[in-house]
Design a binder for this molecule. Structure first.
Ligand code: NAI
Length: 506
């Protein structure tokens, strides 16, 4: 197969340039790798050659293919060597002035038909192309680290980019074995924009003292199926990378409250407690392994009180069935008896408000998160309110742990951890669709491949009910009076018909 671009220049032989050069050569293109540091080119070729040798050992490439790849990956002694390139990919330092300067130099060297792309993750493609003679041939081509393993690339159209350029780049991405997604040039493009909900909302939960970060990680792994909790993820990415991204996207959107960063990460960054790579982040690392404190034990309870469930509980019949299965004594009166453990299951509201509104005794009232159906979750999450008696808290903890399922007891806040984080993720995704940054289908692809979420954010909304997600957001807005929870109009409109409908609106 003839690749879309026969000769590909890669400028910048760092972590990204090296990976891009590897997959471009594997697709059959001749690659000219250039860097201002000649030793960086030599090191990059060495590393890539080793990768290919390993692939040969594992039987994933035959010796002939490896030899061909090695011949096609060539060092460029100067920028002039890029003159015959059909495509040049820029992967140098993330600075607008330096990138603009490089594109101006490239424009004077390459043919008028050559396509020029930037691997920037946070700068505007439009701004990089501004001032060039032919901005219509400049696009964003945003890969993820490590490039050969992260199989998605964002193809970004700047304000003046020719759509045919994006189409050809998408076709070439497919030839390189990657999945292209198309996005408009907006802060964070798709992946870094859609990823704003997870960490920032989790930080807010911890910032409010609702629970500790390790419990948040456990809850989101066990209830939603995230591979890494938000704090494990921040430790892996390191705060010196992720905190500036949070700030940059927030400011580029003129301080949009949905993307507001946290003072927690600002302070930790200042202290140098940035993550796994320095041995100390949210977790301490010993020999590269996170040290996690044990979970509080299940309390031993003498006599279990009877249980009464609020008439307005989410998934009420499922909750009844669960209580039966756990062997609870269930009260069915219109109101709880004087001894009953009183259960509420709000969506978005806090346990305190619910117990006041429903005229329940707050000392005996406990909340349970029923957004996610019990059968689909490995953990149950309970919330106390400031008046909850410790014997009632212990009774609820012990009851819900009877079948061996993990239980976390957190303090009261609007929504539970999962409700807040999932609703925020879905809402930001809906707003990406509202802004027409990309198609709903590309959004789902970008997030599952780029962020490794168990489901695309729109599918996540559908999974637990768009109406439930909307209810969580409306109620969070009431509890906090914070515009950050304002539901996107797209979510309100699509909420009734399903979010992950993959057709485009006309
Ligand atoms: P890096 O620091 O590993 O490599 C950059 C390379 O560019 C260095 O070898 C440096 O010598 C060279 N360089 C700097 N200025 C140059 C110039 N004017 N001309 C030629 N070579 C020059 O950086 P990395 O991580 O590979 O990032 C490169 C780009 O990719 C940045 O724009 C970054 O934001 C973006 N990016 C990085 C990701 C990551 O996870 N590292 C993910 C996605 C995008």
């Amino acid at each position: 197969m003839t690749p879309t671009y026969n000769i590909v220049g890669v400028v910048g032989a760092g972590a990204m340039g090296r990976g891009i050069a590897q997959i471009a050569a594997q697709s059959g293109s001749t690659v000219r790798l250039y860097d201002t540091q000649p030793q960086a080119i030599a090191k990059a070729r060495d590393e890539v050659f080793k990768q290919w040798d390993r692939m040969q050992e594992k039987g994933r490439l035959d010796p002939g293919a490896v030899q061909g790849c090695k011949q096609r990956l060539q060092a460029a002694a100067s920028m002039q060597d890029l003159a015959d390139c059909d495509l040049v990919v820029e992967a140098i330092v993330e600075r607008l002035d330096v990138k603009k300067d490089l594109f101006a130099q490239l424009e004077a060297i390459v043919r008028p038909t050559a396509v020029l792309v930037t691997n920037t993750s946070s700068l505007s493609v439009t701004a990089i192309a501004a001032g060039l003679k032919h901005p219509q041939r400049v696009a964003g081509y945003h890969f993820f680290n490590p490039v050969p393993l992260m199989k998605v690339v964002e193809v970004i159209a700047g304000l003046k980019t020719d759509s045919a350029v994006c189409e050809a780049l998408a076709a070439y991405a497919t030839q390189m074995g990657h999945k292209p997604v198309q996005a408009q040039d907006t802060p964070g493009f798709i992946v870094n924009h859609a990823g704003r909900g997870y960490g920032t909302e989790a930080l807010r939960v911890v910032g409010e003292g609702v629970t500790d970060f390790a419990t948040v990680d456990r809850i989101l792994r066990d209830q939603v199926g995230f591979k890494l909790g938000p704090f494990e993820l921040m430790d892996l990415t390191a705060l010196d990378v992720s905190h500036p991204v949070m700030e940059s996207i927030y400011h580029q959107y003129y301080d949009e409250p949905r993307y507001r960063p946290s003072v927690i990460t600002a302070q930790r960054l200042a202290a140098g407690v940035v993550g796994r790579k320095v041995g100390q982040g949210f977790y301490a690392y010993v020999d590269g392994k996170a040290q996690v404190a044990a979970e509080p034990p299940v309390p031993t309870v003498g006599e279990m009180p009877p249980v009464w469930v609020s008439t307005r509980a989410a998934r009420r019949s499922e909750l009844f069935q669960l209580l039966k299965d756990l062997g609870a004594k269930i009260e069915t009166g219109a109101s709880p008896s004087l001894h009953a453990l009183t259960l509420v299951a709000p969506l978005g509201f806090d346990v305190t408000t619910v117990s006041v509104v429903e005229r329940l005794d707050p000392a005996r009232t406990i909340g349970i998160d029923m957004l996610v159906e019990d059968a689909a979750t490995k953990r149950r999450v309970l919330a106390t309110n400031p008046a909850t008696r410790s014997d009632m808290r212990d009774a609820a903890h012990s009851l819900f742990a009877r079948d061996g399922k993990a239980v976390s007891v957190i303090r009261d806040s609007g929504g539970f951890v999962t409700q807040r984080v999932v609703a925020t993720i879905v809402n930001i995704a809906a707003d990406i669709c509202q802004q027409r940054i990309c198609s709903p289908k590309d959004l789902e692809t970008a997030v599952t491949l780029g962020l490794g979420y168990p489901l695309g954010p729109l599918a996540m909304g559908d999974r637990w009910g768009p109406a439930n997600i909307l209810e969580v957001l409306f109620n969070l807005q009431t509890v906090y009076g914070d515009p950050r929870y304002r539901p996107s109009p797209w979510l309100r409109r699509r909420g009734a018909i399903g979010l992950s409908l993959m057709h485009e609106e006309p």
